[in-house]
Design a protein around this ligand. Structure first.
Ligand code: AHG
Ligand code: MN
Ligand code: MN
Length: 321
């Protein structure tokens, strides 16, 4: 296990050294993500001010146009990831079509990302995040993004919360790095994260319960209440999943009468989070199958999501059809 305090760059390089045949491309790719994360984090911290400073003709004190934070995060991600030259193509929740990188035309990887998750929480100062999922390039066009989640090479998220954290898996466990603003580095604070076998919290938007299409889900949530569980729901997947990863329990966004496949997107939200949770010893399902086994048919496809401790997800599957 890596030592607490190790900085993310060194961690990435030491991981690379474990694979003597590695070209270094994934390391450079992850470092580009780290840089983008630092820049987005600094903008998120200023979110309240950007608005104030932007009031005069939407131009801030630096003379730059004030952008909405999710557009800005998307732009920062695109710039850094394209510039790294390590990605053949990029897919963003904010863009209709994948972007093909000129600099990365011989690159080995493709990346899908949600530049800013939980954006309805920006204005109320509640945790938000960036989620990413990396696959190997397998072809020339969209098929690169239509690969199952279990084929991910790396996945992670950055949570902009009471502290900023970078949570990463490259298929060899999960590690969490907390940003130290004094030195400008992400330092290993949560080595080899394991989700508890069982938790005491469920996290689901219960206001939708009357629309849920699976009766069993209502009975399951009732059962959790009887067993003394408590409820927490932030409305930023990244924050709800992060809490679930650390404390255990269950996070869900089910299908309902309005959202027949739920709300969360397979490529940018469900698959990377499912991979992280699995690497931490947890489980995830759409209700019908493991999220990691779903073969995407469309880059913006949505899926029902249930993610969490093994115990809760096993029990859930006994209730739902
Ligand atoms: P995004 O901000 O990237 O569009 O994602 C919002 C998502 C997700 O973060 C969260 O779990 C969910 O929307 C909350 O939806 P409800 O408000 O319907 O509960
Ligand atoms: Mn999102
Ligand atoms: Mn988003």
């Amino acid at each position: 296990m890596a030592e607490k305090g190790m900085d993310l760059n060194r961690f990435i390089l030491e991981e690379e050294r474990k694979h003597p045949s590695a070209s270094g491309s994934l390391s450079l790719a992850l470092m580009a993500l780290e840089s983008a994360a630092k820049i987005i984090a600094s903008h998120v911290r200023m979110a309240g001010l950007a608005d104030v400073l932007g009031q005069a003709g939407k131009v801030n004190v630096q003379g730059e146009e004030v952008q909405k934070l999710d557009e800005l995060s998307n732009t920062v991600m695109l710039q850094h990831l394209l510039d790294s030259g390590q990605f053949y193509a990029l897919a963003s929740e904010e863009l209709n079509e994948p972007v093909y990188s000129h600099k990365g035309k011989d690159a080995k990887y493709v990346i899908a990302f949600d530049p800013l998750d939980g954006s309805s929480n920006i204005d109320v100062n509640v945790s938000i995040g960036t989620i990413f999922s990396i696959h190997r390039r397998i072809g020339d066009s969209v098929e690169n993004f239509l690969q199952e989640g279990y084929k991910q090479v790396a996945a992670g998220y950055i949570i902009y919360g009471s502290s900023v954290m970078f949570v990463l898996t490259t298929g060899n466990g999960v590690n969490g790095f907390t940003y130290d603003p004094a030195v400008g580095m992400f330092l290993l604070s949560h080595p080899d994260i394991k989700i508890p076998e069982k938790g005491k919290i469920y996290s689901i938007n219960e206001a939708n319960a009357h629309k849920w299409t699976d009766e069993g889900l209502v009975r399951y949530i009732d059962k959790l209440k009887e067993e003394g569980y408590t409820s927490r729901y932030i409305g930023s997947m990244v924050a709800d999943v992060h809490r679930t990863l650390i404390k255990g329990g269950m996070f869900g966004y089910p299908a309902d009468r309005k959202n027949k496949s739920g709300k969360l997107r397979l490529l940018y939200e469900a698959a990377p989070m499912a991979y992280i949770i699995k690497q931490a010893g947890g489980r995830s399902t759409t209700g019908k199958m493991d999220i990691l086994d779903v073969k995407p048919e469309d880059i913006h496809q949505r899926v029902p999501v249930f993610i969490g401790s093994k115990k809760e997800i096993d029990q859930l599957l006994e209730f739902i059809s």
